[in-house]
Design a protein. Structure first.
Length: 505
């Protein structure tokens, strides 16, 4: 077998662990970033193809628009809301009979709340009376002072349930440690300058210099945020306004997610952290944690901001935050996922999820007539996972010199034969050439018998270490990797490049 010997200069760079970048011009993008990163997750040292999903519960009557987890000291359950009813989907298999029926809609907001009377899953939808589940039965709590069917959002703060009402700038709250009783109201209309209505409320923690303080933030449809602290809204000495500030307008009722002490809001300008927006203004887009993928978010907001399905969830087991975003108006969705350790972004496709939830730390999503278990298996319920990535364009050898690229060697590993196609683009082109890898591999060496920095270590995960000849001339270059698999895991570690310098400017 002939041995390929590259000529010229060589360099090596990591896989795009910097993640997806749709903010920067391609001419200025850091070389660790990616122009595309579909179904690849940027880790700390490599980029890996996401896991698949499996059928969890089948036979639901329609699209699943809410997944709600019940958590108590002794039990964990998962409920799905579909076609004006609620179903217990804790166990896998075919769906059973509905546990709640005759609902007006199934787009619920929910919280878990424990009192001296037990642990409750409390749910509201803005059209029906609130319901709660206590671990054995569903019930309709007795609420007075307001019309229960007007409550469309709920949160917990300082041992109380706080409510958001339909088309209102007032919020409601129950007595401490209560899931029923008289709902008191508190008007916020005079606090806000831009009108609109309350959309959501959430909690956050800030360090004011003398220790951490807990706050509740009320968010309007116009993007105004009123932050309060205290324990009792009925007492002037135990409840006070901390401040009011402006962000971009929120998207949907499921627009907030807590990340530790921070409260992230899904808005028309991206995913913004409230503690960092405090004392700023809505034009400071760089404060958004989604700043690096702002181009993608702007496109989605422009086309689909009124479409149901915007939602965020933190998945500790997978070490990522997930933001569900509609991709059309008829049930197609993508997920922008952020590495919680590095802040790098990727995009997941092929998971058409109307909603997401966790059960005992595992990730689930609601689709059309099914609940799926995500991050599970090597295929999408028997369908191949499509991975597509493209690095930034890199000026190997400097900007002022053209190059003749002669060989590339992506370092990719897998637990089976690698079905990976390699592409190579120069000078900001896309899809100019594609190379399908051969079956050739480089054998690894046994531990303690090989020389460091020369031999590769063998193991259960085999690496492709094959040089591929290219013949392209340009100032810069980008590497593309594409795969379609339903039977293996794939990791992209780095890429080696050989090139010959031309005449400089």
């Amino acid at each position: 077998m002939a041995v390929f010997r590259p000529t010229g200069e060589s360099t090596s760079q990591s896989a795009p662990i910097g993640g997806l970048n749709t903010r920067d011009a391609v001419d200025l993008m850091p070389q660790t970033d990616a122009i595309r990163l579909d179904n690849f997750f940027p880790g700390s040292t490599d980029v890996s193809l996401r896991n698949g999903f499996t059928n969890h519960v089948t036979g639901l009557p329609s699209t699943v628009q809410s997944l709600m987890s019940y958590r108590s000291p002794s039990a964990n359950k998962l409920f799905a809301a579909s076609n004006n009813a609620i179903y217990d989907v804790t166990s896998s298999g075919s769906v059973g009979s509905a546990v709640v029926t005759s609902l007006s809609n199934v787009q619920f907001q929910h919280v878990n709340f424990t009192t001296s009377g037990g642990s409750f899953l409390f749910i509201v939808n803005g059209a029906d009376a609130p319901r709660h589940y206590n671990g054995s039965a569903w019930a309709t709590p007795s609420l007075s002072g307001v019309t229960g069917s007007t409550i469309n959002n709920v949160t917990v703060f300082k041992e109380r349930l706080f409510f958001i009402f339909n088309d209102s700038l007032s919020f409601g709250y129950l007595p401490i440690n209560s899931v029923a009783g008289t709902v008191s109201t508190f008007a916020l209309g005079s606090v806000f300058n831009f009108g609109g209505k309350l959309i959501a409320a959430g909690t956050l923690t800030r360090d004011g210099g003398s220790g951490s303080d807990d706050y509740i933030a009320f968010i309007t449809s116009e993007g105004e945020v009123a932050v309060y602290q205290g324990t009792d809204p009925s007492s002037a000495t135990a409840w006070s306004l901390v401040g009011v500030f402006k962000i971009a307008r929120p998207i949907g009722k499921r627009c907030i997610v807590n990340v530790g002490p921070e409260l992230i809001v899904i808005t028309e300008s991206g995913f913004v952290p409230l503690t960092k927006m405090y004392a700023e203004d809505e034009t400071n887009y760089a404060k958004a944690i989604s700043d690096k993928i702002s181009g993608s978010i702007l496109t989605a907001v422009t086309n689909f901001k009124s479409t149901f399905g915007w939602e965020a969830l933190i998945y500790p087991k997978g070490q990522f935050g997930l933001f569900n975003v509609p991709n059309d108006v008829s049930g197609s969705f993508v997920q922008f996922v952020v590495n919680l350790n590095t802040g790098a972004w990727g995009r997941f496709t092929g998971q058409d999820a109307y909603c997401w939830g966790l059960l005992e730390g595992d990730l689930y999503f609601g689709g059309n007539t099914k609940v799926y278990k995500a991050d599970n298996g090597l295929s999408d319920a028997g369908v191949q996972i499509q991975g597509n990535a493209k690095t930034a364009f890199v000026y190997y050898g400097g900007r002022g010199t053209s190059k003749r690229f002669t060989a590339i060697r992506p370092i990719v590993s897998s637990d089976a034969d690698l079905p990976v196609s390699i592409g190579f683009d120069v000078d900001f082109n896309d899809g100019t050439s594609t190379y399908t890898p051969s079956s050739a591999t480089t054998d690894g060496a046994s531990w303690d018998t090989a020389t460091w920095d020369v031999s590769e270590w063998a193991g259960t995960i085999a690496s492709q270490l094959v040089w591929r000849s290219v013949a392209d001339i340009g100032w810069n270059a980008a590497i593309r990797i594409q795969t379609s698999t339903q039977a293996q895991s794939i990791k992209w570690h780095s890429v080696d490049i050989y090139y010959e310098k031309g005449v400089g400017l």
